[in-house]
Write a protein that binds this ligand. Structure first.
Ligand code: 5AD
Ligand code: SF4
Length: 399
């Protein structure tokens, strides 16, 4: 989501004459798009600002834009602490970023219409914000409640991206499968996006388990353009902890959803938080056992990080060494299971969308290495010959 937001903000800058560079020394302006989901992310953004302070001292005409979720959370305090900031633009203001630039007087007015991102893979934001209130999570307060974009606007956006060369589209939203616009459900939207000429694969992230209904599966099961990958955050394997997190499902319900998705060919990855304040050793064991049962092919695991203003931040923290030990155990288990999941792909036939000359991703989101080079953006059909760690190797390729 942040990558998509950065791209959108960059396109507004580009319409005002900006050219992208990764080299700080040759830049006249820096856009810092920030995350605040864990404390560590915010720290990194602020320590980068420390570096930028020196950069700006070398030439006071240089411009710093601080945007995104940390900007939203820290708000006005930022300009007091960092008076050298030119623009602070919070996550809730992304739709008005062009106005923010114009009002700042720092950029010349737009010289051309805002372009669409080009490339064989493109993002399309379909909703912003979140209506849940998971007790550990800062997102609803920095991104606000759900706002779904009108279906027509999304279809138009994807059509423009397809005309600019996109073959794969990634639909984005904080609880992406809660999408609803009038009579158009998320499943309807997936199907309609996949019908746009040029679109060969549709991905989405991140869904919430409770919106995966039998109706959803029924609606997407015969559409091969919908990628067979779902990133489905579980957060914990203990029903007790899930209740305290206010996730809205039990361990059993989550496993049922996973099973139903897997029966329809979807590969599942997840997010897990270890060390939620009330997590006991038994709760953690429940997470390990859920991970073993669910056959995830990948899992992003995080140590719980208290976020000011969230209900869980009031609770007594577990000692850091407990969090570290649990994270370590979980990561080891995830690595082993992930390697097994890669092994299970051997012998299957896959369609690989090339992201590099000899590497691309299958519909299930597994990385595949081809034996020869193809143009980036080509779809290559192949058999999976072998797996090494979390990389598959192809044979009998043809594009
Ligand atoms: N501490 C640790 N991890 C968190 N996440 C969200 N909030 C926190 C927090 N306070 C994780 C969740 C979510 C992912 C984007 O970040 O696993 O799915
Ligand atoms: Fe945060 Fe929960 Fe919303 Fe996900 S569903 S963004 S974890 S509040």
């Amino acid at each position: 989501m942040n990558e998509a937001d950065s791209e959108e903000m960059f396109l507004h800058l580009s319409a005002r004459g900006a050219i992208r560079t990764d080299n700080l020394e040759e830049a006249d302006a820096v856009l810092v798009n920030t995350c605040t989901v864990r404390d560590h992310a915010e720290h990194r953004a602020l320590s980068f600002l420390g570096r930028l302070m020196k950069w700006k001292r070398q030439n006071p005409n240089r411009v710093i834009i601080f945007a995104g979720c940390a900007a939203q959370r820290l708000g006005n305090s930022l300009k007091k602490r960092y008076p050298f900031l030119n623009i602070v633009s919070g996550a809730k203001e992304i739709e008005h970023f062009a106005d923010t630039l114009d009002k700042s007087g720092l950029f010349s007015p737009a010289q051309k219409p805002t372009a669409v991102a080009s490339g064989f893979s493109a993002y399309a934001t379909i909703m912003r914000g979140c209506n849940f209130n998971c007790t550990y999570c800062i997102v609803p307060s920095v991104r606000g409640p759900v706002k779904c974009l009108p279906t027509q606007d999304i279809l138009q956006d994807v059509t423009r991206k397809a005309q600019a060369g996109a073959k794969e589209i990634m639909l984005l939203g904080q609880t992406v499968n809660a999408y609803q616009d009038g009579n158009t459900s998320f499943a309807d939207l997936l199907n309609r996006v996949s019908e746009i000429p040029g679109i060969e694969r549709v991905r989405f992230t991140s869904p919430h388990p409770i919106y995966f209904t039998p109706q959803f599966l029924q609606a997407v099961k015969d559409n091969p353009k919908i990628a067979r990958h779902v990133h489905l955050p579980v957060q914990s394997g203990s029903t007790k902890v899930l209740r305290e997190m206010k996730r809205g499902y039990t361990r059993e319900v989550f496993l049922e959803k996973v099973q139903a998705l897997q029966e329809h060919g979807f590969n599942i990855s997840t997010d897990i938080i270890v060390g939620f304040p009330t997590e006991t050793e038994q709760d953690f064991e429940q997470t390990l056992s859920l991970v073993a049962k669910a056959h995830f092919f990948a899992a992003y695991c995080f140590k719980y990080s208290p976020r000011q203003g969230t209900p869980a931040a009031q609770m007594q923290l577990l000692p850091q060494n407990v969090l570290e030990k649990r994270l370590d155990i979980l990561l080891n288990q995830v690595r082993d299971l992930s390697e097994h999941a890669y092994q299970r792909q051997i012998g299957t036939t896959q369609e690989v969308l090339m992201e590099e000359p000899t590497k691309g991703r299958s519909s299930g989101n597994f990385w595949v290495q081809t034996s020869r080079a193809y143009p980036v953006g080509n779809m290559v059909r192949c058999e999976i010959d072998r797996a090494e760690g979390t990389l598959l190797f192809a044979r009998n390729e043809h594009d």
